[in-house]
Design a binder for this molecule. Structure first.
Ligand code: ATP
Ligand code: MG
Length: 765
């Protein structure tokens, strides 16, 4: 353990720390020495990470040492590949054992000596029962065991047999060395536990030197003692072994103070299998692509998936250490990685399922190179930037377009306007399909004035990610999901392999990413905005053939946010109806040929066919449209607003009956951003009810733009000086009260989110 190990974000206290505090206070130990003792028979998994963070963390926080010890006493399952991978993983996680790298196999000679000590003390004997007989003689939890007929062999005979076992004179299973415990002990482990067995196997380090190998219980406590471990921490299932641990050390005559064993709850995660045996089976049956498959809970798999060591340590800190087994929600691990990546990784644009968008009013062959930040603006130093090419042919994600949008759809749809991230607003004018009816291309127009947040101030609800078709590069996107469908795979005695998730890996083979990504080395992590967190696969990604793994999806907070902002079912229902009307008109537009008048609006004003058809549906409607253009409204805004207003005013007849100049005034205010969508809607409803258009527009201006909000806030704060001081003293819950008061003062017209933002600014000033 050296000092460059990571500092803990916080060292939460736990029962082990309390024990150690006591020991140090009472002088039982001067220095804490722990160990992490993996058996090199598989790769480390996230459960091991918990043990590593605990053992190395205790050593770090108490200024002690943590050993890395390979518990390599079972030669048939162990190998050097595992030894290498385990060291790599511990280091990657951020811990360093310094000089303290050990192998239990290095102690074979010493362990053998302790065995002879026990024999000489009459505390161990060579038994010659078969395996099955040993089991049958052991008894049960309710029944005492029976002594083996070989139990009373003399010390000389035991020593002789044990030495001949070592010399290789016997076959496997012929003899076994057992502790001479108590065959009626309530703890079954104490009923003459086997200590050494004959195994004619090649060991990865000691080769063929040995043909007897110590069993876990014998080797572990003595290895701890040899290394002068003070606190030997293991998982709860070893609780019953503690008595044997102490018994062996007590009888083997080890130096004092002898190590003590403490148990904590092992980590179990939902939707995850953690047993090395099962993980090995997944690998051997080629259900996954090796131990480092990004779906595996192994450290190698998590690393390749894009997890950072920091996120895994934060996760381990967060779950804490207890003495009660429980199942941890895998979402907590996902939370940890999101939190870490959100703060520091690059943000790029890429699309998974490209849908072509042609910007019909953008010149062929030209490119606008936009300049976009690589990270969110935060802190003093401005983030680095990258060039982002925009051209006539783009791709958006197919899932961001709906020909028949559901209610609350803020993405692209026929006639809708959206913003392209870091670029321009576009409006979808027409939808091109192939013979099968599949949408193959969208024809859109862009508004050059909206570059960099939109100079004309027009706000749109949706911002989409996109790439330039000709500049972006292909990337194989591996979209990983949970490996198992069951929350507890293998529960109820079933085979976990029965609950494999068939879609744990989806490959987006046609995915495209902005050209900047091609300059990044394999292993780079980034967020694809609105898509998820990714890492360029450290193994398979190469220049000219990019491969990226999805680490984790972005939190899908969208639906919840909507619910919070817009709780009224009434409004949702109105939106739904409006969307349905749009859909119907879009469908009509897509099916039948356009009239000459409608076609002229499509070609001349860039309207979508659905809107063009609607606008030319009657001379009254065309009159509203023409008046709007004359007053300065944009054609697409006027047409879309008209189509959407059928519901607002209570039907097409009512819309046709509106004074053209009044409708035009509202449509123009909407175009210029003097009104937002809901304001325009309210203004038009007022106009339909007979109000003067100029007044209706004035009354429905977004409050935050007029200064009325600031005024209302000032007077609310003044009237509630008491609450203000309580808020400033730390009672932040009062923010809800202030929002309520301000909204009330404005007759309900303030936008609660904006009000809250401004209130916080005023209160925290
Ligand atoms: P498995 O049962 O999956 O084969 P293991 O416990 O045999 O795992 P070891 O290599 O012996 O694996 O484990 C090394 C250390 O890691 C032990 O101290 C063990 O207690 C700890 N450990 C293993 N699995 C977990 C887990 N899920 N949570 C916490 N600690 C664990
Ligand atoms: Mg083990």
């Amino acid at each position: 353990m050296t000092t460059d190990s990571p500092a803990p974000s916080r060292a939460p206290t736990n029962f082990l720390r309390e024990i150690i505090d006591d020991h140090l206070a009472q002088g039982v130990h001067q220095q804490v020495v722990t160990r992490f003792p993996p058996e090199p028979n598989g790769y480390l998994h996230i459960g091991h990470a918990k043990s590593i963070c605990l053992n190395f963390g205790l050593a770090r926080d108490y200024g002690g040492k943590c050993h890395l010890r390979f518990d390599d006493t079972n030669p048939t399952r162990e190998n050097d590949e595992y030894v290498r991978s385990i060291q790599e993983d511990v280091r990657w996680l951020g811990f360093d054992w310094g000089e303290n790298l050990f192998f239990a196999s290095n102690y074979f000679e010493q362990l053998y000596g302790y065995a002879e000590t026990l024999i000489r003390a009459g505390k161990a004997y060579v038994d010659s029962l078969t395996r099955d007989e040993v089991a049958a003689f052991r008894g049960s939890l309710t029944e005492a065991g029976r002594p083996s007929p070989y139990r009373e062999r003399s010390v000389e005979e035991n020593l002789d047999l044990f030495r001949r076992m070592r010399a290789g004179e016997f076959e496997e299973g012929q003899h076994v060395l057992r502790a001479k415990g108590d065959m009626s002990h309530p703890n079954m482990k104490m009923r003459d536990l086997p200590l050494y067995r004959i195994m004619k196997a090649h060991h990865h380090r000691t080769g063929d030197t040995w043909c007897i190998y110590p069993l876990y219980d014998f080797a572990h406590c003595l290895s701890d003692s040899i290394e002068r471990i003070t606190h030997s921490v293991c998982t709860l299932e070893f609780e019953n072994n503690r008595e044997v641990y102490d018994w062996i050390l007590d009888n083997a005559g080890v130096p004092q103070p002898q190590p003590r064993q403490y148990e904590f709850a092992r980590l179990a995660l939902t939707y995850t299998v953690m047993s090395k045996r099962k993980l090995l089976e997944l690998v051997e049956k080629k259900i996954v692509d090796g131990w480092d498959d990004p779906r595996m809970p192994t450290m190698a798999g998590l690393r390749r998936r894009g997890y950072t060591p920091e996120s895994i340590r934060a996760f381990c800190d967060r779950i804490g250490i207890s003495k009660h087994n429980s199942l941890v929600d895998v979402e907590l691990l996902e939370w940890a990685i999101r939190g870490d990546l959100e703060a520091r990784e690059l943000r790029l644009l890429g699309v998974m399922d490209p849908l072509e968008v042609v910007i019909t009013n953008f010149p062929e062959g030209e490119t606008v190179t936009l300049d976009a930040p690589l990270r969110p603006e935060e802190g003093e130093a401005p983030p680095a930037r990258r060039p982002l090419p925009f051209s006539r042919r783009l791709y958006i994600d197919r899932s961001d377009f709906a020909e028949t949008p559901p209610s609350g759809w803020f993405r692209l749809a026929p006639g809708a306007e959206v913003r392209l991230r870091w670029a321009f607003n576009i409006v979808c004018n027409s939808v091109v399909k192939d013979e099968s009816g599949r949408v193959v291309r969208l024809e859109c127009t862009y508004d050059p004035a909206t570059r960099n947040q939109g100079a004309d101030g027009r706000r749109v609800k949706g911002t989409l990610h996109w790439v330039s078709a000709d500049h972006s590069v292909p990337v194989e996107a591996r979209l990983y999901d949970r490996l198992f469908k069951d929350e507890e795979p293998g529960s109820g005695g079933r085979d976990p392999l029965e609950s494999l998730n068939p879609s744990s890996l989806e490959i987006a083979a046609a995915a495209r990413i902005e050209p900047y990504a091609a300059t990044l080395p394999a292993g780079t992590r980034f967020q694809l905005e609105r898509v998820g967190y990714f890492i360029l696969d450290p193994k398979d990604s190469a220049p000219g053939r990019l491969v990226m793994n999805r680490t984790v999806t972005l939190k899908d907070g969208w639906a919840k946010t909507q619910e919070a902002i817009d709780p009224e079912a009434v409004r949702a229902e109105r939106d739904r109806q409006r969307a349905e009307e749009k859909v119907r008109s879009a469908q009509r537009g897509a099916e039948a040929p356009l009239s000459d008048a409608a076609a002229a609006l499509v070609s001349g004003h860039g309207l979508g066919p659905a809107e063009a058809r609607f606008v030319t549906g009657s001379s009254a409607l065309l009159g509203l449209f023409e008046a709007s253009l004359a007053a300065g409204a944009s054609p697409t805004t006027a047409a879309t607003f008209m189509a959407a207003s059928v519901q607002t005013v209570g039907g097409r007849d009512a819309l046709e009956a509106l004074p053209a100049a009044s409708f035009a005034a509202v449509a123009t205010a909407l175009t210029k951003g003097e009104l937002n969508a809901s304001g325009a809607k309210a203004a038009l409803a007022a106009v339909a009810a007979g109000k003067n258009a100029a007044e209706a527009v004035a009354e429905n201006r977004p409050v935050s733009d007029t200064g009325a909000l600031e005024g209302a806030i000032a007077s609310v704060l003044e009237k509630n000086a008491d609450a203000v001081s309580r808020y400033r003293a730390g009672n932040k819950n009062l923010i809800g009260f202030f929002v309520g008061q301000t909204v009330k003062a404005l007759g309900g017209k303030a936008d609660p989110a904006e009000t809250r933002r401004q209130l916080e600014r005023a209160l925290d000033a």
